[in-house]
Design a protein around this ligand. Structure first.
Ligand code: ASP
Length: 330
Protein backbone atom coordinates (compact mmCIF):
# COMPACT_ATOMS: atom_id res chain seq x y z
CA UNK A 1 0.00 0.00 0.00
CA UNK A 2 1.08 3.59 -0.56
CA UNK A 3 2.71 5.26 2.42
CA UNK A 4 1.57 8.67 3.61
CA UNK A 5 2.62 10.85 6.53
CA UNK A 6 -0.02 12.81 8.43
CA UNK A 7 1.36 15.70 10.47
CA UNK A 8 -1.19 17.06 12.94
CA UNK A 9 -0.95 20.61 14.28
CA UNK A 10 -4.38 21.24 15.85
CA UNK A 11 -7.10 23.68 14.79
CA UNK A 12 -10.85 23.32 14.61
CA UNK A 13 -10.56 20.03 12.76
CA UNK A 14 -9.25 18.74 16.11
CA UNK A 15 -11.57 20.98 18.16
CA UNK A 16 -14.25 20.02 20.69
CA UNK A 17 -17.32 21.80 22.01
CA UNK A 18 -19.60 20.84 24.91
CA UNK A 19 -22.46 19.92 22.60
CA UNK A 20 -22.98 19.11 18.95
CA UNK A 21 -25.00 22.23 18.14
CA UNK A 22 -22.18 24.57 19.20
CA UNK A 23 -20.20 25.78 16.20
CA UNK A 24 -18.23 28.74 17.55
CA UNK A 25 -17.63 28.39 21.28
CA UNK A 26 -15.23 25.44 21.33
CA UNK A 27 -11.60 24.64 22.03
CA UNK A 28 -9.37 24.11 18.99
CA UNK A 29 -6.54 21.57 19.06
CA UNK A 30 -7.96 19.00 21.49
CA UNK A 31 -8.04 15.70 19.59
CA UNK A 32 -4.83 14.07 18.45
CA UNK A 33 -4.08 13.14 14.85
CA UNK A 34 -4.83 9.47 15.64
CA UNK A 35 -8.39 10.36 16.60
CA UNK A 36 -8.85 12.33 13.37
CA UNK A 37 -7.68 9.32 11.40
CA UNK A 38 -9.89 6.92 13.36
CA UNK A 39 -12.95 9.04 12.51
CA UNK A 40 -12.52 8.17 8.81
CA UNK A 41 -12.36 4.35 8.52
CA UNK A 42 -12.21 4.58 4.69
CA UNK A 43 -8.65 5.88 5.02
CA UNK A 44 -7.44 2.42 6.06
CA UNK A 45 -8.15 1.11 2.57
CA UNK A 46 -6.35 3.95 0.83
CA UNK A 47 -2.87 4.00 2.33
CA UNK A 48 -0.67 3.13 5.25
CA UNK A 49 -0.79 6.38 7.16
CA UNK A 50 1.70 7.27 9.87
CA UNK A 51 0.52 10.00 12.22
CA UNK A 52 2.81 12.45 14.00
CA UNK A 53 1.71 15.26 16.27
CA UNK A 54 3.82 18.35 15.57
CA UNK A 55 1.63 20.63 17.72
CA UNK A 56 -1.93 20.75 18.99
CA UNK A 57 -2.87 24.41 19.04
CA UNK A 58 -5.35 26.92 17.77
CA UNK A 59 -3.57 28.20 14.68
CA UNK A 60 -3.69 31.75 16.06
CA UNK A 61 -1.20 30.44 18.63
CA UNK A 62 1.24 28.91 16.18
CA UNK A 63 4.80 30.03 16.80
CA UNK A 64 7.88 30.25 14.63
CA UNK A 65 9.21 27.24 16.53
CA UNK A 66 6.22 25.21 15.30
CA UNK A 67 7.00 26.25 11.73
CA UNK A 68 10.62 25.31 12.25
CA UNK A 69 9.69 21.85 13.57
CA UNK A 70 7.19 21.29 10.76
CA UNK A 71 9.65 22.21 8.02
CA UNK A 72 12.38 20.05 9.56
CA UNK A 73 10.03 17.08 9.79
CA UNK A 74 8.83 17.42 6.19
CA UNK A 75 12.36 17.75 4.84
CA UNK A 76 13.62 14.79 6.89
CA UNK A 77 10.68 12.53 6.03
CA UNK A 78 10.95 13.18 2.29
CA UNK A 79 14.72 12.70 2.36
CA UNK A 80 14.54 9.51 4.43
CA UNK A 81 11.76 7.76 2.52
CA UNK A 82 11.74 7.84 -1.28
CA UNK A 83 8.64 5.61 -1.20
CA UNK A 84 6.60 8.11 0.79
CA UNK A 85 3.90 9.24 -1.63
CA UNK A 86 2.97 12.53 0.02
CA UNK A 87 1.98 14.31 3.19
CA UNK A 88 -1.15 15.71 4.75
CA UNK A 89 -0.99 18.43 7.40
CA UNK A 90 -4.02 19.10 9.56
CA UNK A 91 -4.10 22.76 10.58
CA UNK A 92 -6.31 25.48 12.00
CA UNK A 93 -7.94 27.46 9.22
CA UNK A 94 -7.15 30.93 10.58
CA UNK A 95 -3.47 30.91 9.61
CA UNK A 96 -3.44 27.88 7.32
CA UNK A 97 -2.61 30.01 4.28
CA UNK A 98 0.52 31.38 5.98
CA UNK A 99 1.85 27.91 6.72
CA UNK A 100 0.97 26.73 3.21
CA UNK A 101 2.86 29.65 1.67
CA UNK A 102 5.83 29.19 4.01
CA UNK A 103 6.10 25.54 2.96
CA UNK A 104 5.73 26.42 -0.71
CA UNK A 105 8.77 28.69 -0.41
CA UNK A 106 10.83 26.10 1.47
CA UNK A 107 9.94 22.56 0.39
CA UNK A 108 11.49 21.43 -2.86
CA UNK A 109 9.90 18.10 -3.67
CA UNK A 110 7.34 17.14 -6.33
CA UNK A 111 5.41 14.92 -3.93
CA UNK A 112 2.16 16.50 -2.74
CA UNK A 113 2.07 18.34 0.57
CA UNK A 114 -1.59 18.99 1.33
CA UNK A 115 -2.92 21.19 4.13
CA UNK A 116 -6.41 20.65 5.42
CA UNK A 117 -8.63 22.05 8.16
CA UNK A 118 -12.26 22.33 9.11
CA UNK A 119 -14.67 25.13 9.81
CA UNK A 120 -16.73 23.12 12.30
CA UNK A 121 -15.30 21.39 15.36
CA UNK A 122 -15.05 17.60 15.38
CA UNK A 123 -17.98 17.42 17.82
CA UNK A 124 -20.37 19.37 15.57
CA UNK A 125 -23.39 18.04 13.73
CA UNK A 126 -22.24 17.75 10.10
CA UNK A 127 -18.62 18.33 11.03
CA UNK A 128 -16.67 19.00 7.83
CA UNK A 129 -13.31 17.72 9.10
CA UNK A 130 -13.68 13.99 8.29
CA UNK A 131 -14.66 14.53 4.65
CA UNK A 132 -12.01 17.23 4.22
CA UNK A 133 -9.42 14.83 5.63
CA UNK A 134 -10.51 12.00 3.33
CA UNK A 135 -10.30 14.31 0.32
CA UNK A 136 -6.93 15.72 1.39
CA UNK A 137 -5.57 12.17 1.57
CA UNK A 138 -7.05 11.38 -1.86
CA UNK A 139 -5.25 14.40 -3.29
CA UNK A 140 -1.96 13.62 -1.52
CA UNK A 141 -2.06 10.08 -2.93
CA UNK A 142 -2.94 11.11 -6.45
CA UNK A 143 -0.18 11.04 -9.08
CA UNK A 144 -1.88 13.94 -10.83
CA UNK A 145 -1.22 16.18 -7.80
CA UNK A 146 2.55 15.81 -8.08
CA UNK A 147 4.45 18.92 -9.03
CA UNK A 148 1.80 21.48 -8.04
CA UNK A 149 3.65 22.70 -4.97
CA UNK A 150 1.87 22.92 -1.65
CA UNK A 151 -1.89 22.45 -1.89
CA UNK A 152 -4.86 23.25 0.34
CA UNK A 153 -7.95 21.04 0.24
CA UNK A 154 -11.17 22.38 1.75
CA UNK A 155 -14.78 21.67 0.86
CA UNK A 156 -13.85 19.65 -2.24
CA UNK A 157 -11.71 22.44 -3.68
CA UNK A 158 -7.98 22.24 -4.34
CA UNK A 159 -6.15 25.54 -3.94
CA UNK A 160 -2.54 26.56 -4.60
CA UNK A 161 -0.52 27.96 -1.70
CA UNK A 162 0.28 31.30 -3.30
CA UNK A 163 -3.30 32.42 -3.90
CA UNK A 164 -5.37 30.65 -1.29
CA UNK A 165 -6.88 32.64 1.54
CA UNK A 166 -9.51 32.23 4.21
CA UNK A 167 -12.17 34.55 2.83
CA UNK A 168 -15.07 34.04 5.25
CA UNK A 169 -15.41 33.63 9.00
CA UNK A 170 -18.22 31.06 8.81
CA UNK A 171 -19.33 28.26 6.53
CA UNK A 172 -17.57 25.21 5.18
CA UNK A 173 -16.68 26.90 1.88
CA UNK A 174 -14.62 29.61 3.52
CA UNK A 175 -11.53 29.36 1.32
CA UNK A 176 -10.94 31.11 -1.98
CA UNK A 177 -8.16 31.90 -4.42
CA UNK A 178 -8.94 35.49 -5.45
CA UNK A 179 -8.21 36.34 -9.04
CA UNK A 180 -7.73 32.81 -10.28
CA UNK A 181 -10.12 30.51 -8.43
CA UNK A 182 -9.11 27.07 -7.15
CA UNK A 183 -6.67 24.91 -9.11
CA UNK A 184 -9.10 22.02 -9.17
CA UNK A 185 -11.44 19.83 -7.16
CA UNK A 186 -11.76 16.39 -5.65
CA UNK A 187 -14.96 14.36 -5.76
CA UNK A 188 -16.33 10.80 -6.06
CA UNK A 189 -14.68 10.47 -9.45
CA UNK A 190 -11.22 11.46 -8.34
CA UNK A 191 -8.82 14.37 -8.31
CA UNK A 192 -9.28 16.96 -11.03
CA UNK A 193 -6.47 19.40 -11.74
CA UNK A 194 -7.21 20.63 -15.24
CA UNK A 195 -4.24 22.97 -15.67
CA UNK A 196 -0.73 21.63 -16.09
CA UNK A 197 1.47 22.00 -13.03
CA UNK A 198 3.78 25.00 -13.29
CA UNK A 199 7.53 25.01 -12.91
CA UNK A 200 7.58 27.27 -9.89
CA UNK A 201 10.67 28.30 -8.00
CA UNK A 202 11.40 27.19 -4.46
CA UNK A 203 13.48 30.21 -3.54
CA UNK A 204 14.46 29.08 -0.05
CA UNK A 205 14.85 25.34 -0.63
CA UNK A 206 18.12 25.00 1.22
CA UNK A 207 17.51 27.60 3.92
CA UNK A 208 18.27 26.41 7.45
CA UNK A 209 15.75 27.85 9.90
CA UNK A 210 17.21 29.22 13.14
CA UNK A 211 15.57 29.36 16.58
CA UNK A 212 15.28 33.13 16.60
CA UNK A 213 13.21 34.77 13.86
CA UNK A 214 12.92 38.50 13.17
CA UNK A 215 9.67 40.29 13.93
CA UNK A 216 7.95 41.78 10.88
CA UNK A 217 4.93 43.94 11.75
CA UNK A 218 2.00 44.60 9.42
CA UNK A 219 0.79 48.23 9.36
CA UNK A 220 -2.80 48.66 8.15
CA UNK A 221 -3.90 51.69 6.09
CA UNK A 222 -7.09 53.66 6.86
CA UNK A 223 -8.47 57.19 6.92
CA UNK A 224 -6.11 59.28 9.06
CA UNK A 225 -3.86 56.41 10.13
CA UNK A 226 -2.10 56.79 13.45
CA UNK A 227 1.43 57.93 12.43
CA UNK A 228 2.76 56.80 15.81
CA UNK A 229 2.48 53.21 14.68
CA UNK A 230 4.86 53.55 11.76
CA UNK A 231 7.26 55.77 13.69
CA UNK A 232 7.27 53.28 16.55
CA UNK A 233 8.18 50.47 14.13
CA UNK A 234 11.00 52.50 12.59
CA UNK A 235 12.29 53.59 16.01
CA UNK A 236 12.20 49.98 17.16
CA UNK A 237 14.49 49.22 14.17
CA UNK A 238 12.23 46.46 12.87
CA UNK A 239 14.15 44.61 10.16
CA UNK A 240 11.09 44.16 7.94
CA UNK A 241 7.65 45.72 7.57
CA UNK A 242 4.51 45.16 5.47
CA UNK A 243 2.21 48.05 4.60
CA UNK A 244 -1.35 47.06 3.95
CA UNK A 245 -2.11 50.08 1.82
CA UNK A 246 -5.54 51.27 0.77
CA UNK A 247 -6.72 50.51 -2.78
CA UNK A 248 -3.82 49.28 -4.89
CA UNK A 249 -1.48 49.52 -1.92
CA UNK A 250 -1.44 53.28 -1.39
CA UNK A 251 0.21 54.94 1.59
CA UNK A 252 -1.19 58.15 3.08
CA UNK A 253 0.83 61.37 2.75
CA UNK A 254 1.59 61.19 6.49
CA UNK A 255 3.00 57.68 6.14
CA UNK A 256 5.06 58.67 3.12
CA UNK A 257 6.44 61.71 4.99
CA UNK A 258 7.32 59.59 8.01
CA UNK A 259 9.20 57.17 5.75
CA UNK A 260 10.92 59.95 3.88
CA UNK A 261 11.99 61.66 7.09
CA UNK A 262 13.48 58.46 8.49
CA UNK A 263 17.27 58.71 8.33
CA UNK A 264 18.08 55.35 9.91
CA UNK A 265 18.50 52.04 8.11
CA UNK A 266 15.32 51.20 6.24
CA UNK A 267 13.56 47.93 6.99
CA UNK A 268 12.95 45.54 4.12
CA UNK A 269 9.46 46.71 3.14
CA UNK A 270 6.62 45.42 1.01
CA UNK A 271 3.47 47.24 -0.03
CA UNK A 272 0.43 44.95 -0.07
CA UNK A 273 -3.24 45.95 -0.22
CA UNK A 274 -6.35 45.59 1.88
CA UNK A 275 -8.79 44.90 -1.00
CA UNK A 276 -8.44 41.13 -0.82
CA UNK A 277 -7.95 40.76 -4.54
CA UNK A 278 -5.81 42.22 -7.30
CA UNK A 279 -2.14 43.16 -7.54
CA UNK A 280 -0.14 46.05 -6.15
CA UNK A 281 2.01 47.41 -8.94
CA UNK A 282 5.25 49.34 -8.65
CA UNK A 283 5.15 53.11 -8.17
CA UNK A 284 7.68 55.83 -8.95
CA UNK A 285 7.96 56.62 -5.21
CA UNK A 286 8.91 53.07 -4.22
CA UNK A 287 12.65 53.39 -4.79
CA UNK A 288 12.92 56.66 -2.82
CA UNK A 289 10.93 55.30 0.11
CA UNK A 290 12.58 51.89 0.10
CA UNK A 291 9.35 50.06 -0.74
CA UNK A 292 8.61 47.19 -3.08
CA UNK A 293 5.17 46.17 -4.29
CA UNK A 294 3.98 42.80 -3.03
CA UNK A 295 2.24 41.89 -6.31
CA UNK A 296 -0.77 39.73 -5.52
CA UNK A 297 0.51 38.48 -2.19
CA UNK A 298 -1.85 39.39 0.61
CA UNK A 299 -0.28 41.14 3.63
CA UNK A 300 0.15 37.99 5.71
CA UNK A 301 1.86 36.18 2.82
CA UNK A 302 4.02 39.23 2.07
CA UNK A 303 5.11 38.98 5.70
CA UNK A 304 6.07 35.32 5.32
CA UNK A 305 8.18 36.21 2.27
CA UNK A 306 9.88 39.01 4.19
CA UNK A 307 10.59 36.71 7.14
CA UNK A 308 12.35 34.23 4.88
CA UNK A 309 14.25 36.98 3.03
CA UNK A 310 15.50 38.31 6.36
CA UNK A 311 16.51 34.84 7.53
CA UNK A 312 18.35 34.33 4.24
CA UNK A 313 19.93 37.81 4.48
CA UNK A 314 18.39 38.84 1.18
CA UNK A 315 18.43 42.60 0.52
CA UNK A 316 15.96 44.78 -1.39
CA UNK A 317 17.50 43.84 -4.75
CA UNK A 318 17.31 40.13 -3.94
CA UNK A 319 13.72 40.49 -2.74
CA UNK A 320 12.81 42.27 -5.97
CA UNK A 321 14.32 39.43 -8.03
CA UNK A 322 12.38 36.84 -6.03
CA UNK A 323 9.13 38.76 -6.47
CA UNK A 324 9.64 38.78 -10.23
CA UNK A 325 10.01 35.00 -10.22
CA UNK A 326 6.71 34.68 -8.35
CA UNK A 327 5.00 36.94 -10.85
CA UNK A 328 3.90 34.28 -13.42
CA UNK A 329 1.34 32.91 -10.99
CA UNK A 330 0.41 36.34 -9.60
N1 ASP B 1 -9.36 28.97 15.57
C1 ASP B 1 -9.22 27.88 14.65
C2 ASP B 1 -7.77 27.78 14.21
O1 ASP B 1 -7.36 28.45 13.32
C3 ASP B 1 -10.11 28.05 13.49
C4 ASP B 1 -10.17 26.88 12.56
O2 ASP B 1 -9.36 25.99 12.59
O3 ASP B 1 -11.10 26.87 11.75
O4 ASP B 1 -7.08 27.00 14.78
Amino acid sequence: MNRLLLLATGGTIAGCADDSATLNDYTAGVLGGDALLAAVPQLQDLATITVEQVANVDSADLLFEHWRALVARIRDAFAADPELVGMVITHGTNTLEETAWLLQLLIDDPRPVVLVGAMRPATALSADGPLNLLQAVQVALSPVARGYGVLVVMDGQIHGAQRVTKAATQGVGAFASPGSGPLGRVDDFGVHLPMASGSWQVPFAGLALPEQWPQVPIVYGSVEPEPLLLTACLNARVPGLVFTGTGAGQLSAAERSALQAWSGKRPLMLRANRCGSGPVQSHSDDERLGLLSAGSLNPQKARVLLLLCLLAEVDRGGLSARLLKLEPVN
